[in-house]
Every structure is written in structure tokens, then in C-alpha cells.
Design a protein around this ligand. Structure first.
Ligand SMILES: Nc1ncnc2c1ncn2[C@@H]1O[C@H](COP(=O)(O)OP(=O)(O)OP(=O)(O)O)[C@@H](O)[C@H]1O
Ligand SMILES: [Mg+2]
Length: 579
């Protein structure tokens, strides 16, 4: 029931629809109540021998009229109510999605994709069901039940009290079942998350699974997870299936008590036979509210278990707060002052990084894998906040900029670019959807991708991704760079963006970049040191600290890590060329 309170905002927002629906089904219930009354009247007429054909005809028409009216109204309130519950699902999904787009990369490290998907789909459907069918059956059951009991009390209160004797016991039993159900649903939904997660992982990693011959193992593990999900659902079904017999037993007992006591009353002429018939029919009307009660408890328990899971996601605060007040970046110079930075629960990943990049200059960042290069970028992009990290862009501290301004000022090519299931042109124009085809082509030409693209079946309109063509690693990287170039942002950031292209292509792309980005600031992270020959400043990171800094030539003269690595790479390259 707590869930209904939590969904209060929604019911208030949609109160008109709910009011119309409720009014309509109260109408339906009242109309339906007329039928036993008419039946009782007919029987009394039969017993008294006063039933004429015209009277019977009138009663028959009344019953048909009621049936038609009930049909129409039932249809209308269902449409009204389900409309609102679908709307609730949409609202909740929108909120969740909106929230998910604002959470930190760290959040996505901690949460599994399958689980997030389960919450966005399965759990929200369960909430939707509560707000629609749950509320509907609940109120309908309540109204019918109350109406029936009031009528029965009017007909004969002693008979009513006797007939309803078994009900309190049933209500008590239902309460116990409800508690068990809640736990059961929570478990079942978690198991479903696991299952979802596994399917998602297996599908994404299907090539690895095949390549490593892990099919049998994966099958086995999947079976285990599927089994656990099934077991959880069976447990829920087992609890759920105790409702119906309980209802039948109670109703059966009620009928027994009603007929026994009723016959006694008729014999004493305190009740007519027709009245007893009507009364028994009214008692029959209680079957539905009883089922509704069980069913609603079930739906509400499922919904509140789901709501708790969705709420938990919604309550996760975004990693960085968007509280800046500067909505435009006014320069392209960068300043880093990082005393120390560590990820939640890790040792410091960066230490004593102090450096300045003038507008228009190129900063090269090199270092062994795991030395903290990508982390430096993550801080520049403000994926994380930390007190000992002070970075300014155009003289403004990152925290003072709105996130929108920051993202607009920096175009990023991440280490593992992601292409969406869309055409190549759409993928390139990701950050600038209104860009003209010429602009898209110009960007593709800069990364020497134009010719590759024209060779695809539909050129720029070729679909990439799951239902389209598969691109090579180097092609993907170049599309990601074109995407960033198209933004024409004052600051360009490349995280190992050319690792998958050959040396010649890399050279050509870098030359193009040099030409077009003369007055823009560029931050480049890379492994192949020849890429930094034109950088104005290069830093060498090792275990999160700057161990060497200077231009390419200066670093070579130093004879340290950089010089050794460069020599080694040159050697490697000439060996490869000679083969
Ligand atoms: N989200 C994270 N949570 C915890 N630790 C992290 C996270 N991301 C990176 N690290 C750790 O921080 C260190 C630096 O990682 P980073 O990704 O910055 O290295 P890198 O220099 O970019 O390496 P590469 O050249 O392989 O891309 C590593 O030890 C890594 O394990
Ligand atoms: Mg990296």
C-alpha cells in the first residue's frame, strides 16, 4: 500500500482520468446489483402465481438493457485507466533515462548493463501494472464488496453476519501471504536481472565465446542462472497459488452458512424464497472482490518491489553537480594543478601534475599503459570531482562552468569509440545533427576516410552496427575523429585515437590536423611516439607522475624513458618494414 502513497504525485497529476474511471465503474457496479434484485422479484412472483407474460418481458428487457450499458461502461473505464498507466510507464522511463544519461562513468562500472535494462523494462512494467490494473481491480473490488455487503445488510443483517463469518480469517491469511510475496518478487526480479545480464554479456561477447571454445561452459553457466530465475518464479507462483483455494473455501463456507441460516429464516417466514435467492446471488458477487483482493495484493507487492529497485537508481546522485554559472568558455588555454587523484577505493592514480597549455598549442601525453593518461582526460572532462584537482579552461575553473559549456568547448575522441546503429553520415554528425553532407564529407576527408566510405554499398548512407556493415578498428577510430572534428570545438582531445591505423595513415591524419587546428588547443594521448613530433609540449607519465617533459627533440636529448622508447619503436618499425 505504501507504493500507492509513493505514486501519489502521479494520481494527483491524473486525477481527472481516475475520477472518470471510478465514477464509471461505480455506475457499472450499481447496475449489476439490479440483476439479483430482479431475479428475486421474478421468483417471488412465480411463488405467488402473479407472473404475467408482459411483466416477465419487462424484466427481461431491463436485464438486457443493463447488460449493454455495463458492457459499454466497462470498455470505457478500462480505456481511460490503461491510458493513464501507460503514461505513467512512459514518464518513469523518461525520468530513468534522463537520470542515466547524467550518471558518472564510475556508476556504469559498478552496475551491470543487464540489470539496468531489467529495471528500465521489467520493473517499470510492474509499476505500470500497479497503477493501472492494480488500482482498477482494487477500487472495483472495494466498491463491489461494500455495495454488496450494504445491500445484504439491508436485506437481512443476521443472515449477513453469519454468511460473512469466514471472511476475517481469510483476510488475515492473505496478509501473511502478501508479506511472503513481497520477498518472493524481490528475489525473482533480481534473478531476472542476472539472467538479463548474462544474455547481454553473452551476446556482446559471442565472438570471444566461440574463439575460446567456451560454448559448452557458457551453456552450463547460463542454464544455472536460468534455473535460478525459474526457481524464484516458481516460489512466487507457489505462494500465489495459495490464494485461490483459500477464496474458494471461504466462499463455499459462506454459501453453506447462508443457505443453512436462510432456510431456517424462510421456514419461520422472516424471509421470502425470492429474497433468499437474491441474497445468495449477492453472496456470489463477493467472489470477484475476493479474487480482486488477492490479485491486487499480488500486483501491489510486485509493483512495490519494482519501485524500490527503480527508486534506488533514481536516488543515485550524479557524479558531478551541474552548478556552474559560466555558460561560455572564453579561451582555449588549459591549466592543470592536480595534487593527487584516486578513484573511489584505489591508491592515488595521479600525483603532482602541474602544467599549462597555451591556446592553440598541442600537448602530448605519453607513458606506459596504466600510467594515468586516460584518467587525466577524465578529469579534464570533469567525469569526476575531487578537492585536490584544480583544472581551468580559458581561465575558468571547471566547477564554475556549466557542464553544457564544458562539453561544447571540448571535442573528444575516446580510447574505445562507439558507433551507433545508424548510417555513417549520422554517426559522423553525432554531435552536430544539422551538419550538411559537405561538412560531413570534409570531416571524413581530413581523416582519409572519404574514399573508404564511398566504397561501401550505399556510401555515406550505409548502415553500421548490428544490422549493417562491420567496420575495421581503424575505420571506427577515423569515424570517431571525424565526428570530433565536425564539432569544431576550441579544444580537441584524442585518447590513443590512432592506435589502430597504420603509420602512413597516421602521418597523413596528423598533418591534416596540424593544418586545420593551428589556432585550436589539442591534447593527444598516444603510444607511438612519432605522433608527437610536432607537439609543443610533451609529458611522460609513469605511475601517475610526470617523469619527463619537453618537446620531442628535447626529450630525445634527455636520453631517458622517452628516448629509449623512441629508439626501440624506430627499430621495431624498420624491422617490420624490412620484412
Ligand atoms: N574507473 C576506474 N576505477 C578505478 N581504477 C581505475 C579506473 N580507471 C582506471 N583505473 C586505474 O587507474 C590507472 C590509470 O588508468 P588509465 O586508464 O588512466 O591508464 P592509461 O594511461 O590511459 O592506460 P592505457 O595506455 O592502457 O590507456 C590504472 O591503474 C587503472 O587500473
Ligand atoms: Mg587510456
Amino acid at each position: 500500500m505504501e507504493l500507492l502513497l509513493k505514486l501519489r504525485w502521479y494520481f494527483l497529476e491524473q486525477w481527472r482520468r481516475y475520477a472518470i474511471a471510478i465514477a464509471m465503474f461505480i455506475g457499472v457496479d450499481i447496475l449489476e446489483m439490479c440483476i439479483p434484485w430482479i431475479t428475486g422479484r421474478v421468483i417471488d412472483h412465480v411463488v405467488a402465481g402473479t407472473l404475467t407474460p408482459s411483466l416477465l418481458q419487462r424484466y427481461a428487457f431491463a436485464v438486457i438493457g443493463i447488460a449493454v450499458a455495463v458492457y459499454v461502461m466497462r470498455f470505457l473505464w478500462r480505456v481511460t485507466l490503461f491510458h493513464s498507466s501507460f503514461h505513467l510507464a512512459e514518464t518513469m522511463r523518461r525520468r530513468l533515462y534522463h537520470h542515466l544519461t547524467r550518471l558518472s562513468p564510475g556508476f556504469y562500472h559498478e552496475h551491470r548493463t543487464g540489470d539496468l535494462m531489467a529495471r528500465a523494462t521489467n520493473d517499470i512494467s510492474a509499476i505500470e501494472m500497479t497503477a493501472g490494473e492494480g488500482v482498477l481491480s482494487g477500487i472495483d473490488g472495494l466498491v463491489t464488496g461494500l455495495l454488496v455487503i450494504v445491500i445484504m445488510l439491508f436485506m437481512s443483517w443476521p443472515l449477513t453476519l453469519v454468511a460473512l463469518l469466514p471472511f476475517p480469517f481469510m483476510a488475515w491469511y492473505f496478509m501473511i501471504l502478501g508479506k511472503q510475496l513481497h520477498a518472493g518478487f524481490r528475489d525473482a526480479q533480481e534473478r531476472f536481472s542476472d539472467l538479463n545480464d548474462r544474455v547481454q554479456e553473452s551476446l556482446s561477447g559471442i565472438r570471444m565465446i566461440r574463439a575460446f571454445g567456451r560454448e559448452a561452459r557458457e551453456d552450463e553457466e547460463f542454464l544455472e542462472i536460468a534455473d535460478r530465475a525459474a526457481e524464484a518464479n516458481i516460489r512466487v507462483a507457489a505462494i500465489d497459488s495459495r490464494y485461490d483455494p483459500a477464496i474458494f473455501i471461504s466462499i463455499g463456507l459462506s454459501f453453506l452458512l447462508c443457505i443453512g441460516m436462510g432456510a431456517w429464516l424462510v421456514e419461520r417466514e422472516m424471509l421470502t424464497l425470492g429474497q433468499l435467492t437474491s441474497f445468495t446471488m449477492y453472496l456470489g458477487f463477493l467472489i470477484w472482490p475476493m479474487f480482486a483482493y488477492g490479485w491486487v495484493l499480488n500486483i501491489i507487492e510486485r509493483g512495490s518491489a519494482a519501485y524500490a529497485r527503480v527508486e534506488q537508481l533514481l536516488a543515485t546522485p550524479p557524479a558531478v553537480e551541474d552548478k556552474g554559472h559560466v555558460s561560455h568558455v572564453s579561451g582555449a588555454d588549459l591549466q592543470f594543478n592536480i595534487e593527487t587523484f584516486s578513484y573511489p577505493g584505489t591508491a592515488p592514480v595521479l600525483r603532482d601534475i602541474h602544467l599549462q597549455v597555451k591556446a592553440g598549442q598541442t600537448l602530448g601525453v605519453v607513458g606506459a599503459t596504466g600510467s594515468g593518461k586516460s584518467t587525466l582526460l577524465a578529469l579534464l572532462l570533469r567525469y569526476y570531482d575531487a578537492p585536490a584537482v584544480r583544472i581551468t579552461v580559458g581561465g575558468t575553473p571547471l566547477q564554475d562552468l556549466t557542464l553544457h559549456a564544458l562539453r561544447e568547448a571540448i571535442a573528444v575522441v575516446p580510447q574505445d569509440p562507439f558507433l551507433f546503429t545508424a548510417t555513417i553520415a549520422e554517426n559522423i554528425a553525432l554531435g552536430a545533427p544539422d551538419a550538411s553532407r559537405e561538412a560531413v564529407r570534409a570531416a571524413a576527408e581530413l581523416v582519409t576516410m572519404d574514399r573508404d566510405i564511398l566504397r561501401f554499398p550505399k556510401g555515406y548512407d550505409t548502415l553500421v552496427g548490428e544490422r549493417g556493415i562491420t567496420l575495421s578498428g581503424g575505420q571506427k577510430q577515423r569515424i570517431a575523429i571525424a565526428r570530433a572534428l565536425l564539432l569544431d570545438a576550441p579544444i580537441l582531445v584524442l585518447d590513443d585515437a590512432l592506435s589502430a591505423v597504420d603509420v602512413g595513415t597516421e602521418r597523413r591524419i596528423l598533418d591534416h590536423l596540424c593544418e586545420i587546428r593551428r589556432d585550436r588547443t589539442t591534447v593527444m594521448l598516444y603510444h607511438r611516439l612519432s605522433a608527437g613530433e610536432h607537439a609543443d609540449q610533451i609529458i611522460v607519465l609513469s605511475h601517475g607522475e610526470i617523469i619527463e617533459r619537453g618537446t620531442h627533440q628535447e626529450l630525445l636529448r634527455m636520453g631517458g624513458w622517452y628516448a629509449q622508447m623512441y629508439e626501440y619503436q624506430q627499430l621495431e618499425q624498420s624491422v617490420e618494414a624490412g620484412r
